[in-house]
Design a protein around this ligand. Structure first.
Ligand SMILES: *[C@@H]1O[C@H](CO)[C@@H](O)[C@H](O)[C@H]1NC(C)=O
Ligand SMILES: *[C@@H]1O[C@H](CO)[C@@H](O)[C@H](O)[C@H]1NC(C)=O
Ligand SMILES: *[C@@H]1O[C@H](CO)[C@@H](O)[C@H](O)[C@H]1NC(C)=O
Ligand SMILES: *[C@@H]1O[C@H](CO)[C@@H](O)[C@H](O)[C@H]1NC(C)=O
Ligand SMILES: *[C@@H]1O[C@H](CO)[C@@H](O)[C@H](O)[C@H]1NC(C)=O
Ligand SMILES: *[C@@H]1O[C@H](CO)[C@@H](O)[C@H](O)[C@H]1NC(C)=O
Ligand SMILES: *[C@@H]1O[C@H](CO)[C@@H](O)[C@H](O)[C@H]1NC(C)=O
Ligand SMILES: *[C@@H]1O[C@H](CO)[C@@H](O)[C@H](O)[C@H]1NC(C)=O
Ligand SMILES: *[C@@H]1O[C@H](CO)[C@@H](O)[C@H](O)[C@H]1NC(C)=O
Ligand SMILES: *[C@@H]1O[C@H](CO)[C@@H](O)[C@H](O)[C@H]1NC(C)=O
Ligand SMILES: *[C@@H]1O[C@H](CO)[C@@H](O)[C@H](O)[C@H]1NC(C)=O
Ligand SMILES: *[C@@H]1O[C@H](CO)[C@@H](O)[C@H](O)[C@H]1NC(C)=O
Length: 421
């Protein structure tokens, strides 16, 4: 069981056993402090390349919470308080269900047909946002609460109190082999003790992805619990210039809507010093998805693209506040695509509707640069000549061929081919 070294830390800190209690317990006096609750000791300060100025912002920090209805989040005082300080995106959507494919989408521009939270490893011929950032020497990192060691590749991690706080499925970069299979890169996926030290040394990277643990992100708990974590963690950091500079953009979002039977809207707010006073406490009803996090970054730093859904204009509008600053023309999507479809989307991670990993589609994204074609790409395996999806699951091996073709046709029509791109 976790035993805090400091007993009286302030109003938010309950007791030692509260690590597994139903009310939020702060792991330390402040998010700037290390804590024995995080197993791995800090691994020295991260090294960042010199700052690369963006057109609108110089730092982008994403914080992802879990499975919450828009209305429940909106009813929490801390979310109301955050909305007053930022731009609330009232038409921002997750891209599918379950959790893991949404995280995959934010890193690689596709979710590869995945519809569950199983252990996955995306092969090295698939690029991610890290490749785009590395091309321009823009520093990046990810902080995963309760991940035991930097670059940890395990499926999950259980603390000595018996509770599983960390899960791989919420750690988007580690699932991509181009990141986790490269020691230099893997070391940039760090835990929260590293965060405290990196923050103290004013070394937060220019692109940063933050995943709270399964309790703090609301996954195993409630939105009220996640709200308490935000009060402890995010509110003070908004006042900390090592975190939030006047050129920092912060995205607070949820991976997916709790209810599968309706479209996948999630509560999302843009925060940070870069948001001008005139836009604080405003809303923006432009249609965005998790792919917008890629296109916005590409747009801000004039990057290349992944040749995936990051260049599909329907689902990757650049946050208007940024597009207004760069002159980028968004698409006014009037009929929103369904983003609650799951299980029926063809892809390499869908054994019922399997298609191999296809080559990226070369095109121009919001950054204007070229599409990355990773080494080892079979460039003849394109969207245009993709093989028909096949059922490679054990149960499907005996499926009648005619029935199967009908099913595939129905699926392709229903999914409107969003995922074959
Ligand atoms: C889910 O998204 C819909 C819109 O698509 C929104 O009306 C709703 O509040 C969200 N949450 C739930 C639980 O439906
Ligand atoms: C620190 O980094 C080294 C080398 O990269 C690694 O072997 C070790 O596991 C790391 N420690 C932690 C706590 O992550
Ligand atoms: C953690 O992983 C083990 C197997 O590696 C699995 O049995 C267990 O269900 C997982 N727990 C969570 C919360 O993911
Ligand atoms: C590993 O990552 C580093 C830093 O991103 C990069 O410079 C290097 O080319 C990568 N190595 C391989 C083999 O991809
Ligand atoms: C942050 O600063 C504002 C204005 O200076 C102040 O009102 C607020 O209480 C501070 N919040 C925290 C959590 O320190
Ligand atoms: C997705 O949402 C739409 C619109 O709310 C709904 O009509 C449809 O049944 C949902 N699809 C699934 C698979 O739940
Ligand atoms: C934010 O806007 C709402 C209405 O849109 C208003 O009632 C509220 O007073 C505003 N809050 C601040 C801090 O300006
Ligand atoms: C962006 O510019 C448009 C057109 O001038 C304006 O209507 C909109 O409010 C702006 N949005 C933001 C978030 O700055
Ligand atoms: C989208 O709508 C805005 C505001 O009505 C308009 O300024 C803009 O030109 C439209 N964009 C496109 C691509 O039509
Ligand atoms: C491909 O390999 C070449 C030579 O090994 C290397 O310079 C280049 O960075 C690699 N490209 C990618 C996208 O990994
Ligand atoms: C990418 O690699 C996977 C795994 O090796 C392979 O199945 C797939 O055909 C490759 N796709 C392309 C486009 O190179
Ligand atoms: C772009 O996204 C829309 C909406 O999801 C989808 O209908 C369309 O097929 C996608 N286009 C490509 C090329 O993937």
């Amino acid at each position: 069981m976790f035993v805090p070294t400091i007993v009286v830390l302030g109003a938010l800190v309950k007791s030692a056993s509260a690590a597994v209690a139903s009310t939020f317990t702060a792991p330390a006096a402040a998010p700037t402090d290390t804590s024995p609750f995080y197993v791995g000791a800090s691994n020295s300060t991260i090294t960042n390349t010199p700052l690369v100025p963006g057109k609108v912002f110089d730092r982008f920090i994403q914080i992802w919470l879990e499975n919450t209805d828009f209305a429940s989040a909106a009813s929490q005082p801390v979310f109301q308080q955050l909305s007053e300080q930022g731009i609330t995106l009232t038409s921002y959507y997750g891209v599918t269900h379950t959790s893991e494919p949404n995280y995959l989408a934010a890193a690689g521009g596709d979710f590869w047909g995945l519809y569950d939270d199983n252990f996955e490893a995306v092969p090295t011929n698939i690029s991610t946002v890290v490749d785009l950032l590395d091309q321009k020497a823009i520093s990046w990192s990810s902080y995963q609460e309760n991940m035991p060691t930097d670059g940890y590749e395990g499926f999950n991690y259980t603390n000595s109190d018996g509770y599983t706080y960390y899960v791989r499925k919420h750690n988007p970069l580690v699932i991509y082999d181009t990141v986790s299979g490269n020691a230099t890169r893997a070391a940039r996926i760090r835990n929260f003790n590293d965060f405290a030290v990196d923050l103290g040394n004013n070394s937060i990277s220019q692109w940063t992805f933050i995943t709270p643990n399964l309790r703090d992100d609301g996954h195993d708990t409630t939105v009220a619990y996640a709200a308490n974590w935000l009060s402890y963690w995010l509110l003070p950091l908004l006042n900390d210039t090592n975190f939030n500079t006047d050129r920092t953009l912060i995205l607070l979002t949820f991976d997916e809507n709790e209810t599968y039977t309706i479209n996948n809207q999630v509560y999302t707010v843009l925060l940070g010093g870069v948001i001008p006073q005139s836009l604080r406490n405003t809303t923006d009803s432009q249609f965005y998805t998790h792919y917008s996090t890629l296109s916005t970054v590409e747009n801000n730093w004039s990057l290349g693209n992944l040749g995936r859904q990051d260049i599909n204009k329907t689902v990757s509008n650049v946050f208007s506040f940024v597009a207004n600053g760069t002159g980028y023309q968004n698409e006014n999507v009037t009929t929103l695509p369904l983003l609650n479809l799951t299980g029926t989307i063809p892809g390499p991670l869908n054994p019922e509707y399997y298609v191999p990993y296809l080559a990226p589609t070369e095109g121009t994204g919001a950054g204007g640069g070229p599409t990355i074609i990773p080494n080892g790409t079979n460039t003849s395996l394109t969207t245009a000549n993709a093989p028909a999806p096949v059922n490679i699951s054990a149960a499907g091996a005996n499926v009648d061929v005619k029935m199967f073709s009908v099913a595939v046709a129905v699926v392709l029509a229903a999914s409107a081919s969003i995922l074959l791109g």
